[in-house]
Write a protein that binds this ligand. Sequence first.
Ligand SMILES: [Zn+2]
Length: 272
Amino acid sequence: MKAESGSSAMFVQCQGCRKTLFATEFLASHKVCGTCGHHHRLTWRERVDATFDADTFCESASTLVSHDPLNFPEYAPKYGQAQAKTGSMDSVTIGTARLEGLPVSVAVSDFHFMGGSMGSVAGEKVTLALEEAANARIPAIVFCASGGARMQEGILSLMQMAKTTAAVERCQEAGVPFIAVFTDPTMAGVLASYASVADVILSEPRALVGFAGQRVAKQAGVHKAPKDFQSAEFAMRSGMIDRIVPRKDLRPTLATLCRTLGGRLLHGAAHG
Ligand SMILES: [Zn+2]
């Protein structure tokens, strides 16, 4: 969304219907347009504030940074700019939080940091969040928002696909639920690894969900795809997504899932 000229703090323009909205109402609805329902992208901090109990998020591994292993041209300055722009060290933020009182392990991808791309740091952090869930016997909740693997780290980025998927296995062994929430966009190397093997997959409405982007698909000769190809709604009809949940309903839906799927273990952990 962008601020209306001449009244920067009072109004924003919806990216869906282009209507002018009151900034206060827009922020109160966690950046969902009251007119057309367009879900604008959130920063990781906004996502945490919109989802978990106030002041319960405790960040971990916050200092992990990429060392530009391939000395990829322009990576270091781009990385620095993304850090300055977002105030984060990389695209994924992890930690523990409470959700309606229940302890959970959390990973949140932020599209504003280099398109939410998954390099070695993002892969390590998602892995750590899943391992924390397994070790502490608490549910794992991962918010996806990514264009895919980070090309500047080449094969090391692609290796994160196997690494994060293997970490999902730890949750399964420990008997704790792993819930993925697809947000706009959930694509490519993230979709094709840990995101799509979650126990429960939720998505925000109209999120872009797919492997290759529209342009790449066209170049590959895919011309007859359905109109809503690569939308959350299409993925749900195809059986990939369990439920599409509007942002305002995510918190209670996630809490119900955690209570239902993780209740026995949580009870056991509380007394163990
Ligand atoms: Zn709108």
